[in-house]
Design a protein around this ligand. Structure first.
Ligand code: FAD
Ligand code: FES
Length: 257
């Protein structure tokens, strides 16, 4: 069950340009988060900023858990200034994590930018299934988790928008090339994804074309994180759904783009 708790910062270190890893040690017992679940964090104190911000669980290590975040605005800039011993209010774990991998199925991970955050702990859990991993970033300096993936035996296919590492272009182009070359082998596969919406939309059409089951963790602006404000709804074939409550993980075939 999710709850509001206080946690203390153990470490806050740079992971790549504009990206940091925050290690948090809960000061009380909390429910173990699953890959794909998220937490709402208070970046400041009092009413600045007014709302908590959602962040995926990146990794757990014992009782500690980690957040991998990109600095984009007020709250994330404040998070960047946190030091060991600082206390942060957290709500979570929230939402539904990634579905379990079916037997005899090979996972295919597709991560765009900081979208690797919710995927990494799942990849860590099922690294033995020899997953394929596609990892995209804007530029080499912002490429995340290369070392961590290597440490669990995964060598990702890489692309950068500017060609400074891996293939030049979008990661969905690399995925499309791979699927086209290996279409006859893609019989028992399942895609797990997270990244910018255009990436997910393109992936959704590739999954349909190559008949591969696919799910993705979605991001929407969130106010409450608990299903009350309806601020985070997305359109699905089953009607509007709340990303914080029914998601953040949805089957891609359900999304109305
Ligand atoms: C379920 C969920 C899980 C998330 N997990 C993570 C995570 O693990 N790591 C992480 O870094 N972020 C994650 N996010 C996004 C994160 O919540 C936002 O980046 C954060 O709320 C921004 O707060 P801010 O005050 O710094 O920026 P704001 O002032 O709120 O926004 C600043 C600017 O950045 C833009 N912006 C906001 N969010 C994003 C984004 N995700 N990407 C690019 N531009 C954005 C805004 O449109 C605005 O222009 C997640 C979001 C959701 C809904
Ligand atoms: S953030 Fe309030 S309903 Fe989802």
């Amino acid at each position: 069950m999710s709850k509001i708790f206080q946690t203390s910062v153990k470490e806050n270190k740079k992971a790549a340009e504009n990206h940091y890893i925050l290690t948090l040690a809960p000061l009380e017992k909390i429910t173990k988060p699953f890959p794909g679940q998220f937490f709402m964090l208070s970046a400041g104190h009092g009413i600045d900023p007014l709302l908590k911000r959602p962040f995926s669980m990146y990794r757990r290590s014992g009782k500690n858990f980690q957040i991998l975040y990109r600095v984009v605005g007020r709250a994330t800039a404040m998070l960047k200034e946190k030091s060991p011993g600082d206390i942060i209010k957290v709500l979570g774990p929230l939402g539904n994590g990634f579905p379990k991998l079916k037997p005899r199925t090979t996972p295919i991970f597709v991560a765009g930018g900081v979208g690797v955050a919710p995927l990494f702990s799942l990849a860590e859990e099922i690294a033995g299934k020899k997953p394929l991993f596609f990892l995209g970033a804007r530029t080499k300096k912002e490429l995340l988790c290369m070392k961590e993936l290597k440490s669990i035996g995964i060598k990702p296919f890489v692309s950068t928008d500017d060609g400074t590492m891996g293939k030049k272009g979008f990661i969905t182009d690399v995925v499309k090339g791979y699927f086209t070359r290996h279409s006859s082998l893609l019989t028992h596969h399942c895609i797990y994804a997270c990244g910018p919406k255009p990436m997910l939309e393109e992936l959704s059409s590739l999954a349909r074309k190559f008949r591969i089951d696919a799910c993705a963790a979605f991001e929407e602006n969130m106010a409450c994180g608990m299903g009350a404000c309806l601020g985070c709804v997305i359109n699905t074939t089953e009607g509007f759904k709340r990303v914080c409550k029914e998601g953040p993980v949805f089957p891609l075939r359900e999304i109305v783009w």
